[in-house]
Ligand binder design. Structure first.
Ligand code: AMP
Length: 601
C-alpha cells in the first residue's frame, strides 16, 4: 500500500497521483485528507502555498463529488485570477481519471459569456475569485444553492484584499448544511471571525510553515542609507548571477519606477502591479515563468497569485507595513523542498521592524553587508570563467578559425586567458572600482539582543573561501553548510556566510581554521571529482570615491542560469565539465539594452 492509498484515496486519484510523480503525501495532505474523507466536517487549516494544500482539499473534494450529476457541488474561492487558474489546472490534473468531472474557473478580466457557457455545460466544481463570482450570482448565471463543499483558499489574502463583503454575500447563497474548509497561511482576527461566523465547530490543523520558516528560508537584512536602496538592490543582484527573484515594493508607483530603472540599467526586470492591464500582467508573468525575467518587481497585491516554485530570492526593497505581509513575501521562496533567501534592504530607522518580524516568524535575521564592488567583481569573474568553460562551441566558428588564429598568433595560453577574461572584467572592474561602500554602520547589536551578525566582511579575523561546487551540484546554503560541517568536523557556528552560486560558492570561518580547511581539501574528491577550496582574496571594504551608482548594464547572456559540474581544476578559474545549454534569451524588457552591451557583465 502506498502512503497515498493509506490515506483512503481511491484508484482514480491514485493513478493521477502516480502520473504526477508525487511519492509521499505532504504534511498538510497527511493531516487533512483522512479527516475530510472520513466525515462531513468543517476544517480550518493553517498552511501556506507550496505546502501541497491544493491537493489536500482537492483530492477529498474530487473523491466526494458525484460526477454522474451535473449539479455544482463544490465551490473553491481564491483571491486572484492567477491562483484561480492554478487551482483549476491542478484539479483537472487530479481528476483526469474521473469520468464526467468538470472543473471550471470563474475570474475577472475575461469574457463572462464564455465562462457562463462553460458553467451551463455543467461544472461540478467551480473555482472562482470573489468579485466575478458575486457578479455571476447576481446575474443568475450560476447556482450554488446546492453545493456540499465550500473551500476558502488563502482566506487571509482574500480578506486582505477587501473581499469580506463579497465572501459574505456568496456564502449567503449557499446551503447551511454544507461543509466549509478554510485554508489560510496566517490567522489574523478577520479570518477567525469568518471561521466563527460561517463555520460549525471546525476542526483545526496547523502545518509547519514549510515555506516561510525555519528550514527553508534564510532571512537577511542589509542596512543602507535611505538614498542607497536602489544601488544596493543592483549590487545584490550582481552578487547573485543566477538570481531569480521577486522584488517587493510598497506602492505601485515605486514598483513601476524600480522596474523601469532596472530595465534602463540593462537588467532582466519586469513590473507587476494593479495599474497594468490583465494582458500586460499575463505577459509579465509568462516571461517570469520562462525565466526571461529574473527580477520581478511587484506590489504585494499583484504578487499574490505567483506560484512559481524555484524563486531563489525574495528582496524586500521596502518593508511592508504589516508583519503578516512579510510572511507572505518570504513564502514565495523556499518552496517545494528548495531553500531560499529573503533579503530586506532597510535603513536605520526601520531596524526595530526587523525585531518584530523575528518575533513573528520565530527566526533570527542575519545582518549582512551589501557586497563591495570588488567582491562583486570577484563573483562575476568566477561566473564568467565558468560560463567560458561550459559554453557549447558553435561549429560555425570553424570557418573563421584560421583568420582568428592569425589575429591571436603569438599569445600563449595564460596571456590568452587573461585577455579573454579582461575583455569583460575590466569594464566591470572600472565601474565598481569607483563606487562607494553602501553599508550603514551597524548599530550595537546588543541593543537589539537578537540576530546574528554576519562576520564575513567585518575583517574580524575571518577568512573567506572559494569552493568549486554550487547549486548545479545540488547544494543550497543549508546543504553546503552541512557538507562542510561534516567534512571538516566543525560546529554549525564555525561556518558562516555560506553563499551558494550556480557552480561555485563562498563561505567563511575564523582564521584559526584556515590551515585545517585547506589541508582537508587538498586532493579532496567527492564521487570521483575534485572539490577544491581556496582562500578568496577579495579585499575588504569598498572604494570611497564618489560616482553615480548606475551600475554596469548587463547583457542578456549573463543571466544564463548555467550550471556546471567541476572536474579537476587546472587553474584558479577553471572548473566544471558537463554542460547544459542554459541560455534563456531576451526578456522583452531587457532585450533593448542587451543589444549594445554584448559582454558578460
Ligand atoms: P500548493 O501548495 O498546492 O500550491 O502545491 C505546491 C506544489 O507542490 C504544486 O506544484 C503541487 O503540484 C506540488 N505537490 C503537491 N503535493 C505534492 C506531493 N505530495 N509531492 C510532491 N509534490 C506535490
Amino acid at each position: 500500500m502506498t502512503k497515498f492509498e493509506a490515506l483512503g484515496l481511491n484508484s482514480s486519484i491514485l493513478n493521477a497521483i502516480a502520473d504526477l510523480g508525487f511519492e509521499t503525501p505532504s504534511e498538510v495532505q497527511e493531516k487533512s485528507i483522512p479527516l475530510l474523507l472520513d466525515d462531513e466536517i468543517d476544517l480550518v487549516a493553517l498552511a501556506q502555498t507550496g505546502t501541497g494544500k491544493t491537493a489536500a482539499f482537492g483530492f477529498p473534494l474530487i473523491q466526494k463529488i458525484n460526477s454522474d450529476s451535473r449539479t455544482t457541488q463544490g465551490l473553491i474561492l481564491s483571491p486572484t485570477r492567477e491562483l484561480c487558474l492554478q487551482i483549476t489546472n491542478e484539479m483537472q490534473l487530479y481528476s483526469k481519471y474521473v469520468k464526467g468531472l468538470n472543473t471550471v474557473a470563474i475570474y475577472g478580466g475575461a469574457s463572462i459569456t464564455e465562462q457562463a457557457r462553460q458553467i451551463k455545460r455543467g461544472a461540478q466544481i467551480v473555482v472562482a475569485t470573489p468579485g466575478r463570482m458575486k457578479d455571476m450570482i447576481g446575474r443568475g448565471i450560476i447556482d450554488i444553492t446546492k453545493i456540499d463543499y465550500c473551500i476558502l483558499d488563502e482566506a487571509d489574502e482574500m480578506l486582505n484584499m477587501g473581499f469580506y463583503e463579497d465572501i459574505k454575500d456568496i456564502l449567503s447563497n449557499t446551503p447551511k448544511e454544507k461543509s466549509t474548509w478554510l485554508f489560510s497561511a496566517t490567522m489574523p482576527k478577520e479570518v477567525a471571525t469568518i471561521a466563527k461566523k460561517f463555520m460549525h465547530n471546525p476542526t483545526e490543523i496547523t502545518v509547519g510553515a514549510k515555506n516561510s520558516g525555519v528550514d527553508t528560508v534564510q532571512h537577511e537584512y542589509y542596512l543602507v542609507g535611505g538614498r542607497d536602496r536602489y544601488p544596493a538592490l543592483k549590487r545584490l543582484s550582481d552578487a547573485n548571477p543566477g538570481i531569480f527573484s521577486v522584488v517587493f515594493c510598497r506602492t505601485k508607483r515605486d514598483t513601476q519606477r524600480v522596474a523601469e530603472k532596472l530595465i534602463e540599467d540593462g537588467y532582466n526586470a519586469g513590473a507587476l502591479h494593479g495599474d497594468l492591464s490583465q494582458n500586460q500582467r499575463d505577459l509579465v508573468m509568462n516571461a517570469f515563468r520562462k525565466k526571461q525575467i529574473q527580477m520581478l518587481v511587484a506590489t504585494d497585491v499583484a504578487a499574490r497569485g505567483i506560484d512559481v516554485d524555484d524563486i531563489t530570492h525574495v528582496i524586500n526593497y521596502q518593508l511592508p507595513d504589516e508583519i503578516e505581509t512579510y510572511t507572505h513575501r518570504s513564502g514565495r521562496t523556499g518552496r517545494a523542498g528548495k531553500s531560499g533567501i529573503s533579503m530586506v534592504i532597510i535603513t536605520r530607522s526601520e531596524l526595530r521592524k526587523i525585531h518584530s518580524i523575528e518575533k513573528k516568524i520565530k527566526q533570527n535575521f542575519i545582518s549582512k553587508k551589501i557586497p563591495t564592488g570588488i567582491e562583486i567583481c570577484e563573483i562575476q569573474l568566477y561566473h564568467l570563467a565558468n560560463r567560458i568553460r561550459t559554453t557549447e562551441i558553435n561549429e560555425e566558428i570553424n570557418n573563421y578559425l584560421p583568420a582568428i588564429h592569425d589575429v591571436l598568433d603569438g599569445l600563449d595560453r595564460d596571456e590568452l586567458i587573461q585577455k579573454i577574461v579582461s575583455v569583460e572584467f575590466t569594464r566591470f572592474f572600472n565601474y565598481y572600482n569607483k563606487t562607494k561602500d553602501l553599508n550603514s554602520a551597524e548599530p550595537d547589536r546588543r541593543e537589539r539582543g537578537k540576530g546574528k551578525t554576519d562576520q564575513s566582511f567585518s575583517g574580524n579575523g575571518s577568512v573567506r573561501y572559494f569552493i568549486n561546487v554550487g547549486e548545479r551540484d545540488g547544494y543550497d546554503w543549508m546543504s553546503l553548510k552541512d557538507f562542510l560541517k561534516d567534512t571538516l568536523h566543525l560546529g554549525k557556528d564555525d561556518l558562516f556566510k555560506v553563499d551558494v552560486k550556480d557552480s561555485f560558492s563562498f563561505f567563511n570561518t575564523e582564521a584559526a581554521l584556515k590551515d585545517q580547511i585547506l589541508e582537508t581539501f587538498t586532493d579532496f574528491k567527492v564521487k570521483g571529482r575534485f572539490v577544491n577550496v581556496e582562500v578568496s582574496d577579495s579585499p575588504e571594504g569598498g572604494r570611497r570615491r564618489k560616482r553615480s551608482d548606475r551600475g554596469p548594464r548587463k547583457n542578456k547572456d549573463n543571466r544564463d542560469r548555467d550550471r556546471s559540474y567541476g572536474k579537476k581544476r587546472e587553474g584558479k578559474y577553471s572548473k566544471s565539465g558537463s554542460r547544459r545549454s542554459g541560455s534563456k534569451q531576451g526578456s522583452s524588457s531587457g532585450k533593448r539594452r542587451s543589444k549594445n552591451r554584448d559582454g558578460f557583465f
